[in-house]
Design a protein around this ligand. Structure first.
Ligand code: SAH
Length: 248
């Protein structure tokens, strides 16, 4: 048996948003590795071993996946959304770069998924219809000063912005500070989307003008999207639609 590693994105939550190639890889797998809630999305079956692990052990998890592939196992490392967006694909390559030379001969494939940013944008309309950027607001792996610098420059450059990991119980100040920086750089009426549990049964979307936003509107299950200076809201009987013109 020839082993391999696939790093797969499971999308934002809905089964309809798992791509057919990810489903096919999961069907061929002998082992699934990943963060506990993501592995919980995989149906158990005969011949498949699930290896759920805790948060923040991405490198151990990656080495484990590579070791199993070396032994001939077919390993799928699962991420939510897309595996290349603030997720396992980079961790896997970090482990590969630092690991034994033999690992480099292994077959490794990254299968994209629908990232939370795109699912949130689509659910609200088209807020990312022109130039935009994505920023991870977690300072677990980078200094807060760098986050704040990128945020301010992105706002000054008039990008629409998508924020991942906006606010956790262990670092509530970061998002409050984010809103302060945005208030310094953007007009009061700038629309901000709070999209929680996108594509799941308990999805909630809120569109709030910047000057009415409060830090508690976001948590770790929320994607925050800030429009650019031309982003606007169209009122329809089915609710508000948020969009950024293509010319902005
Ligand atoms: N690789 C993932 C992102 C991991 S970072 C992806 O591509 O989507 C985790 C952050 O993603 C969360 O804190 C939240 O900001 C966002 N997120 C993931 N799934 C989400 C969902 N269904 N609804 C809203 N935000 C989500």
């Amino acid at each position: 048996m020839t082993g391999w590693v696939v790093v797969a994105g499971l999308g934002p939550g809905s089964e309809a948003m798992v791509t057919p190639e990810v489903t096919a890889a999961l069907e061929q797998a002998t082992d699934i590795v990943g963060y506990i809630p993501y592995v919980a999305r995989i149906a158990p079956r005969e011949g498949l071993t699930l290896h759920p692990s805790d948060n923040r052990v991405e490198l151990d998890r990656s080495r484990h996946a590579l070791q199993m592939a070396e032994q001939g196992r077919r390993v799928v490392v699962v991420s939510s959304g897309d595996p290349g967006v603030f997720a396992m694909a980079s961790a896997l390559f970090e482990a590969l770069e630092a690991g034994p030379q033999e690992w480099r001969a292994l077959e490794i494939r990254v299968l994209p998924g629908i990232t939370a940013m795109l699912a949130a944008a689509a659910a609200a309309g088209a807020p990312l219809g022109h130039d935009f950027c994505a920023i991870n607001l977690s300072d677990n792996l980078k200094p807060w000063a760098l986050i704040e610098r990128r945020l301010r420059l992105a706002a000054q450059a008039d990008f629409a912005m998508a924020f991942y990991n906006p606010r956790s119980a262990s670092r509530p100040e970061g998002f409050a500070r984010t809103l302060e920086v945005l208030r310094q750089e953007c007009a009061d009426a700038r629309p901000v989307l709070f999209a929680r549990n996108v594509s799941r049964p308990d999805q909630v979307l809120r569109i709030v003008p910047l000057d009415q936003t409060t830090p508690d509107m976001a948590d770790m299950r929320t994607m925050v999207i800030v429009g650019n200076s031309a982003t606007r809201v169209i009122d329809t009987p089915r609710g508000p639609v948020l969009y950024t013109p293509r010319s902005a």
